[in-house]
Write a protein that binds this ligand. Structure first.
Ligand code: NAP
Length: 530
């Protein structure tokens, strides 16, 4: 299925002002036990930049209906959406149904901007309204906490909701796979009335953010992290600062990092900051993907343009490319995929090695003033510890730059296989302890030895480090591994794993945008987020 660019939703409540490029509102769920606390939360939501507050009165304890509702609506610093969600639809209210509906009718009379009524009882509710204040808009909602039905089923659901006379349709489903979001986007694109459509849970995050691209009426943003009214909600701050929500437009190009797990990734911070600084009309999302081929086939429109790949999908990513650069083919894994604008073909690259090699070259140049025209790695003895994904990238990188490569790995057979591909020598990690054919060698660690939490470990004893002029460690948690600390004590130049990470991000930003990466800004963002 293909998702195309769509016009923004048309509604008389449309908000497009200043540098806002979409009319999708950010709605803060307000859930507290007292009216005072709710008013404080609404104040915070306004300060954070929300457009309206969903007042979840089912969370209130011991409240006096008329007076408290009046205070909440009249003193609210933001437009209000009054929701009184019953237990049978995932809410907190467990009382008499007719009292619940009385409360919603009262909210209308008291001047609420929106009220939410569940589809199951919407018709009865409409029938019970005697005089409807003009201002209020009625949202008729349906929640599915199990899955996201087929597009036909959701289409029928939307039609049923519309038939009730709803001013605004709300459909919330549960994403069990990231491809479920595509059906949510289809609903938004085709809906004839203002529509709120989101898929809940971590795999549904993209539906919440891209609702701005597909013309959703609103998306929900929590006031505090973790204090959500439904699973998978981002915070208002994340929507505005991390995902540049106001700048998302119908033609915004979608990028992201494909991995599993992915919520820990710092990449969305780096790339979205870079895109914003460059004025580039793109967004970069964390993409929790279970099956790469399914993801790629589902999001096949020209607007889904670029991905970074991380563990465990680098090999599967390669199998989904139309064309693969020779290094990625040799390594057997990609770290970056770009849709070629001219023909939509998917191009696969491995830029991991560029990041690490650039960092090593930079440090060598800084130490010996070598000219920028030739690689300071050329002719050097380059020892790569490890023969996994990062090991392959480093070994091929060194080989490309004309270094003499030695692969040292715990499992000798893997060292041998990799060394044979880069015309190098293979040894075991044990043998590396007494390996000193010459002075001034370069050492790169790509094993996971020394990574958090086992920070006391090191892949090579300190004694052996004296023979190296430069030591690089791919590990970046912690930044100062034991290996790097000891290498420094032995007088070697040290190069951090964070340098590999940031350098490959520079390369990808440049490939995604066609513009020079804002390097200092990206460094600052990484420093703030690690
Ligand atoms: P991988 O494909 O799983 O390879 C792991 C390597 O470590 C293998 O060579 C393995 O040897 C070796 N190893 C694991 N445990 C060992 C132990 N106890 N003793 C000796 N050797 C051991 O992993 P990867 O993707 O290459 O990642 C490796 C490291 O690089 C990780 O720490 C990762 O965080 C880091 N990394 C950093 C960046 C960056 O941007 N800075 C990018 C990618 C990776 P065997 O073959 O004998 O199992």
């Amino acid at each position: 299925m293909s998702i195309g660019s769509v016009p923004l939703a048309t509604t008389d409540l449309k908000i497009v002002e200043g540098d806002r490029k979409n009319s999708t509102m950010i709605c803060a769920p307000v859930m507290a036990e007292t009216v005072d606390e709710m008013l404080i939360q609404m104040g915070k939501a306004k300060e954070l930049g929300a457009d309206l507050a969903e007042v979840r009165i089912d969370y209130l304890k011991n409240f006096s209906l008329r007076s408290d509702l009046s205070i909440l609506i009249k003193q609210a610093p933001l437009p209000t959406l009054i929701t009184y969600r019953p237990k049978w639809e995932g809410g907190e209210y467990d009382g008499d149904e007719s009292q619940r509906r009385d409360a919603l009718r009262l909210a209308m009379e008291l001047g609420a901007d929106f009220i939410d009524i569940e589809l199951k009882v919407a018709q009865e509710f409409y029938n019970s309204i005697k005089k409807r204040p003009e201002k209020v808009k009625i949202i008729v909602s349906s929640h599915n906490y199990e899955n996201t039905p087929t597009v036909e089923e959701i289409g029928n659901l939307v039609a049923t909701i519309q038939a009730t006379g709803a001013d605004i349709v709300k459909v919330a489903t549960t994403a069990v796979d990231i491809t479920d979001n595509a059906r949510i986007f289809q609903i938004l694109v085709h809906s004839q009335v203002p529509t709120i459509a989101v898929a809940m849970d971590e795999r549904g995050l993209m539906s919440r953010i891209l609702s701005a691209k597909y013309g959703g009426f609103l998306t929900f943003g929590s006031i505090e992290a973790g204090e959500v009214s439904a699973p998978g909600q981002p915070t208002i701050k994340e929507l505005l600062e991390l995902y540049n929500f106001r700048q998302i437009a119908a033609d915004t190009k979608v990028h992201g990092v494909i991995g599993k797990p992915i919520s820990h990734s710092k990449s969305p911070h780096l790339y979205n900051s870079a895109f914003r600084a460059l004025g580039f009309n793109g967004i970069y999302l964390p993409l929790l993907v279970d099956g790469v081929a399914n993801f790629i086939n589902t999001y096949s429109s020209p607007d889904f343009v670029g991905y970074s790949y991380t563990i465990p999908h680098k090999e599967d990513g390669l199998r989904c490319c139309d064309e693969i650069d020779p290094i990625a083919k040799e390594i057997g894994a990609i770290s970056c995929m770009i849709r070629r604008p001219t023909d939509g073909k998917l191009m696969g690259y491995n830029v991991d090695y560029l990041g690490a090699i650039a960092a090593i070259e930079e440090a060598l140049r800084a130490s010996n003033g070598a000219p920028a025209s030739s690689s300071p790695l050329a002719g050097k003895l380059f020892v790569v510890m490890g023969a996994g994904g990062a090991g392959k990238a480093l070994a091929y990188g060194g080989y490309e730059k004309g270094a003499r490569v030695v692969v040292a790995n715990r499992t000798y057979a893997k060292a041998k296989e990799l060394a044979s591909k880069v015309g190098g020598q293979a040894i075991t990690l044990d043998e590396l302890k007494d390996f000193h054919p010459e002075e001034g060698m370069i050492l790169a660690n790509t094993t996971s030895v020394g990574m958090k939490p086992r920070i006391e470990d090191s892949p090579l004893p300190k004694e052996a480090l004296k023979r190296y002029s430069l030591v690089f460690d791919a590990i970046y948690t912690p930044k100062w591994t034991r290996l790097l600390q000891e290498a420094k004590e032995c007088g070697a130049i040290v190069v951090f794993g964070t340098e590999m990470f940031i350098n490959q991000a520079f390369v990808q930003v440049e490939r995604f945008t066609g513009l020079p990466a804002p390097k200092q800004l990206m460094r600052d963002v990484l420093a703030r987020n690690t």
